[in-house]
Design a protein around this ligand. Structure first.
Ligand code: PHE
Length: 345
């Protein structure tokens, strides 16, 4: 009897000290299995009851059961304590300081070329033009042939570019949209066609991809004067009301006559500065009276109708408007540069 009770005291002392050292619920549960489980030490003491004299059994059984109960409650106490400590730790560590100021949400801004493109479209829409678009992957037929540039025409050389097959290429200008519009609609036509175009140039003032806005008007009695009046009005809107324009003779196979159009430098108003290289003028677009051959190819009778067309580079106008000296900065997407522009159109 005394041997067994000593053994029980030993187990109790062991349980107490081990539980006090256990800082994880997992360790406490291991102890439960070890002391109280089926092959635990107390259970084997109970199993040994049959080997002791019958009169001693009730007393020993009682001792073992009391030990079981006290170990079980020690375990529960320890688990409750660990749970409370864990909760306190969480409350301490995961506290949210609601008084900290929040992180601001950075709003994006429009790319300067988007702003300029939308501004150009707005001006022409207000003059009664509508907006049309065509594909960037274009056929040789629309990009060149319908623009009066048959195969081997020397004017192709300036634009000869990114071919996908011998008959399909990335369009080199937005002019093919003129032919696409004329194919599906009858005069009077008044459209502007924005879009990306591709050429094999790459330097401070040329990019292999850039945006153009094409313009086309076809109606009865359209002349070079209408072109000049329309462009002068648009230039005053786009730059400022003092802006003047001038025509210089040029050549495009799809217009006759053809012109390059300059505007007075919006920085120095014609006096001459760094931006206009001292000339007071800046070239902004190519234009002309639609070549009768182009009208005829679209099924429009050039004896009844005439038209004008123009094509302007969006990046170029953005550079002039914002005084950007190098076109490449427009494509670098440096947030410090871009964040200076308007958030709304
Ligand atoms: N397509 C010409 C270019 O890209 C511009 C242009 C358009 C000229 C319309 C005349 C008429 O250079």
């Amino acid at each position: 009897m005394s041997v067994i009770s000593e053994k029980i005291q030993e187990i109790l002392a062991y349980a107490k000290s081990r539980l006090e050292e256990s800082n994880e619920a997992g360790d406490v549960n291991d102890m439960r299995v070890r002391l109280l489980g089926k092959s635990g030490e107390l259970t084997s003491l109970l199993r040994g009851l049959k080997d002791i004299p019958p009169e001693e059994r009730p007393g020993v059984g009682k001792l073992v059961n009391e030990a079981r109960d006290s170990i079980a409650s020690m375990i529960e106490l320890r688990l409750a304590l660990l749970k409370r400590l864990e909760l306190e730790r969480k409350i301490r560590d995961e506290r949210i300081d609601v008084t900290l100021s929040g992180k601001g949400i950075k709003r994006g801004s429009y790319h300067p070329c988007t702003l300029v493109r939308e501004e150009i479209l707005r001006v022409f829409i207000s003059l009664g033009f509508s907006v049309e678009q065509g594909p960037e992957i274009e056929s040789d037929y629309y990009n060149f042939r319908r623009m009066n540039m048959p195969k081997d025409h020397p004017a192709r050389d300036m634009q000869d570019t990114f071919y996908i097959t011998p008959d399909v290429l990335l369009r080199t200008h937005t002019s093919p949209v003129q032919a696409r519009v004329m194919d599906k609609s009858k005069p009077p036509i008044r459209v502007v066609c924005p879009g990306k175009v591709y050429r094999p140039d790459d330097d401070a003032t040329h990019s292999p991809m850039f945006q153009q806005v094409e313009g086309l008007v076809v109606d009865k009695n359209i002349t070079l004067c209408d072109l000049k009046g329309t462009l002068e009005c648009a230039a005053k809107e786009l730059f400022d009301s003092k802006t003047k324009i001038r025509f210089r003779p040029s050549y495009f196979p799809f217009t006759e006559p053809s012109v390059e159009v300059d505007v007075t430098c919006p920085v120095c108003h014609g006096k001459g500065c760094r931006i206009c290289k001292g000339t007071g003028w800046i070239e902004v677009l190519g234009a002309g009276v639609v070549n009768p051959a182009v009208l005829r190819d679209s099924g429009i009778d050039p004896d009844i109708y005439s038209g004008f067309a123009f094509g302007m580079g969006v990046e170029r106008i953005a550079m002039i408007k914002y005084g950007i000296p190098d076109m490449r900065i427009l494509f670098e997407n440096d947030a410090r540069f871009l964040s200076g522009f308007k958030e709304e159109i």
